[in-house]
Design a protein around this ligand. Structure first.
Ligand SMILES: Nc1ncnc2c1ncn2[C@@H]1O[C@H](COP(=O)(O)OP(=O)(O)OP(=O)(O)O)[C@@H](O)[C@H]1O
Ligand SMILES: [Mg+2]
Length: 233
């Protein structure tokens, strides 16, 4: 490995410093993150585990620039995202991040293929190229036959595969996944996660996955445990 590759692999892609998140105000204020610090390197595959309500999704959403926070600092790819405008944030997300959520993943009125093409449409990739790239990723998930079906005509597992394909199609620097296989059986869950991680390793993508599944956590290089708004290990 040459020096520049080694350097690129060691740089911090995600840096969270003393972040505090409070939902609500006054009497009903709920401190959900109590000064969380975390750095994640390029190409690292990391899992976040911890009990329900610990703040895992909250932390993931902050890293994904999807929500505001009260204290601390977050930089993504060396850029302090705290001061970015809504427009800058959404184009930053589109260029650098892929998201996978457990529910409400796909747009129901579009086919599987169109759903996967969506991140490329948003950044104005030519239709022909977007289609070719989307079909290529769909093939990696063995979903060619289902590409022209709408989400309502797909099984839960197929929908999840399409959602993962959509997160990865734009070649993001970072993929953020919140219980991406929560509704799948063990075998499908393991298989889908394996394809995601393999694709991530091929492209040196940083992957952060929130999971309750020990098997999936064990497939990642590092696991952090969040309890009651603090990282405990
Ligand atoms: N928009 C919101 N407004 C107020 N409270 C919220 C909001 N979102 C989450 N919370 C609360 O913040 C706490 C942390 O929620 P979060 O979704 O981050 O937990 P989690 O660790 O992802 O849990 P789970 O494993 O159940 O998904 C919970 O007590 C939750 O009820
Ligand atoms: Mg959650």
């Amino acid at each position: 490995m040459n020096e520049s590759v080694a350097h690129a692999m060691n740089d911090n892609v995600i840096s969270v410093e003393g972040v505090e998140k409070v939902y609500g105000y006054g009497h009903s204020a709920l401190r959900v993150l109590k000064g969380v610090s975390l750095t994640i390197r390029r190409g690292e595959i990391l899992s976040i585990v911890g009990p329900s309500g610990a703040g895992k999704s909250t932390l993931l959403n902050l890293v994904g620039c999807l929500d505001s926070f009260q204290g601390g600092r977050i930089s993504i790819l060396g850029r302090d995202v705290t001061g970015l405008s809504v427009e800058d944030l959404s184009s930053f997300r589109n260029r650098h991040m892929g998201f996978i959520f457990q529910l409400h993943n796909l747009l129901p009125e579009f086919t599987a293929l169109e759903n996967v093409m969506m991140p490329l449409f948003i950044r104005r990739t030519a239709r022909r190229e977007a289609r070719a790239r989307a079909l290529e990723v769909i093939a990696r998930f063995g979903m060619e036959d289902r590409a022209h079906h709408k989400p309502s005509e797909l099984s839960g597992g197929e929908s999840q595969r399409i959602a993962v394909a959509r997160a990865i199609v734009g070649g993001p620097d970072i993929i953020l996944a919140d219980e991406p296989t929560g509704s799948l059986d063990r075998e499908n869950s393991r298989r889908l996660t394996q394809i995601l991680f393999d694709l991530g390793r091929e492209h040196n993508t940083t992957i952060v996955v929130v999971t309750h599944d020990r098997e999936i956590a064990a497939m990642t290089e590092r696991t952090i445990t969040l309890v009651d708004g603090n990282i405990v290990s």
